[in-house]
Write a protein that binds this ligand. Structure first.
Ligand code: GLU
Length: 468
């Protein structure tokens, strides 16, 4: 396929949510796969609910996700004249007409239809009145009286809608503003869009938009309507399910590549591969294998996916991404910010145990306090700091104190020697040592902890616990 042009067209009435983000990712990938273009259009015609801060937030989320767009940003509110020039064209060719029916009259027609068990629709009474413009008049599309609108949806397959299901829709309101469907068709045509991928809440708009394309004599793009993302209980997705705006995931320390990977897999597959590099996504995503069944959001899988990318990425990169979260958590070492090397060491020690960057940063806390301030988990202290084990800690303080280089391998060898020389088992000393060093029964390998803490701090912790 040559010349694929897609677009993402958010309404700035809120932050970018994961459903919208997935649509954007699909559109972006399709364009990148075919070496085409991806456009961004801000559908800000709802003047009451649209806000600049949401546009800014959507753009920031797009950038964070790595979804770069081609060409200028388009705002629908800046294009009213353009839309109306197309409405004029339809009036000139007889594909549209002026209508003087008041909203009350139209509502009465709908009521009448409903009362007779028919689909509520405008009855076309102004079709042949040959009205011109005037106060309170709107413009309607003259749709065919018979036939079907048929299209081959990229996700749902063939869709056919009988025109009797539709009516002569308003394309320009009495206040002079174009309607949503009119604006979208003009925009998609002007921007040269070849593939419209969007949420399936728009599928009922598509036959109407196709009728506008046909009336204008314009080529109709391909459509793909992706099903909604459901909650884990297969009900409408909500905050309760952990579904949040992209910006909230960012604040929580998720990696953008993990969110992208997870969202792409919600509704698209490539065999049973779960983890993709960006290059692989671009290579494999050709618009096929889009799943018509709604997928359920699974927070645990998203977390798994994030943990995977955290584990696999270069440490220096992970450390750079984690640093802002360390600062946000107010963590420092001896009253100064962590050095790059320290941050990397800590990331290496804790990344296997953290689901996101925020958790990762917080997990450093026990290693960044002073011995006297370390808090002990009460249960761990009661269970592990017994008289016998405290005696071992006092002895170990001497053993480790005698280590010349204080590196993890040296400390490990010293610990092993202490255990075997005294006819002990590892479990006779390890829980006490861990409680003394971390304050609780968690964390990385003991020799690594000690090497990071350094001689003075390690011995201070052992001595404090030995006295406890
Ligand atoms: N502005 C619409 C929305 O946010 C998108 C419409 C479209 O993609 O055609 O739902």
């Amino acid at each position: 396929m040559s010349n694929v042009v897609t677009r993402f067209a958010p309404s700035p009435t809120g932050h970018l949510h994961i459903g919208g983000a997935r649509t954007a990712i699909f559109c972006w990938l399709l364009a990148r796969h075919y070496g085409g273009q991806f456009h961004l259009r801000i559908e800000d015609t709802d003047l009451l609910r649209s806000k600049q801060e949401y546009t800014d937030s959507i753009l920031a989320s797009m950038r964070w996700l790595g979804l770069d767009w081609d060409g200028p940003l388009n705002y629908q509110t800046q294009r009213t004249e353009l839309y109306n020039s197309y409405v004029d064209r339809l009036l000139e060719t007889g594909h549209a007409y002026w209508c003087s029916c008041t909203p009350e009259e139209v509502e009465a027609m709908r009521e009448h239809a409903r009362a007779h068990g028919l689909k509520p629709r405008y009855d076309g009474r102004c079709r042949d009145k040959n009205l011109g413009p005037g106060e309170g008049r709107c413009v309607r599309l003259r749709i065919p009286q018979t036939g079907k609108v048929v299209f081959d949806d990229m996700v749902k397959g063939k869709i056919a809608v009988d025109v009797s299901e539709l009516d002569d829709m308003v394309i320009r309101r009495a206040d002079g503003m174009p309607t949503y469907n009119m604006a979208v068709v003009v925009d998609d045509h002007e921007m040269g869009i070849t593939h419209v991928i969007r949420g399936d809440d728009h599928v009922s708009n598509t036959p109407r938009q196709i009728l506008i394309y046909e009336a204008l004599g314009l080529p109709v793009p391909r459509f793909g309507h992706v099903p909604m993302i459901l909650g884990p209980d297969r009900q409408k997705l909500s905050k309760r399910h952990g579904a949040r705006a992209v910006i909230e995931y960012q604040r929580d320390g998720l990696l953008p590549q993990a969110l992208v990977n997870y969202l792409v897999r919600l509704g698209w597959s490539h065999g049973d591969q779960e983890i993709f590099t960006q290059e692989e996504l671009i290579r494999f995503f050709d618009g096929s294998n889009l799943n018509p069944a709604a997928a359920a959001f699974d927070p645990a899988k998203l977390e798994w996916c994030n943990a995977h990318f955290m584990r696999e990425m270069p440490l220096a990169e992970l450390a750079a991404l984690t640093r802002p979260f360390v600062e946000e958590a107010g963590l420092s070492r001896h009253g100064r910010p962590l050095e790059d090397g320290e941050c990397e060491t800590l990331c290496g020690m804790f990344r296997e145990r953290s689901a996101n960057l925020k958790d990762l940063a917080h997990s450093f806390a026990p290693l960044l306090t002073e011995a006297a301030e370390l808090t002990y988990d009460e249960k761990a202290a009661a269970k592990n700091l017994t008289e016998a084990s405290r005696a071992h800690l006092a002895a170990l303080s001497g053993v480790f104190g005698a280590c010349a280089s204080f590196t993890a391998p040296e400390l490990e060898a010293a610990l092993n020697a202490y255990v075997s020389d005294n006819g002990l088992k590892f479990k006779d000393v390890a829980p006490a040592l861990r409680t003394a060093l971390m304050g609780f029964m968690g964390g990385p390998h003991l020799p690594e902890i000690m090497a990071f803490l350094g001689r003075e701090e390690t011995l201070a912790r052992l001595e404090r616990a030995a006295r406890a």
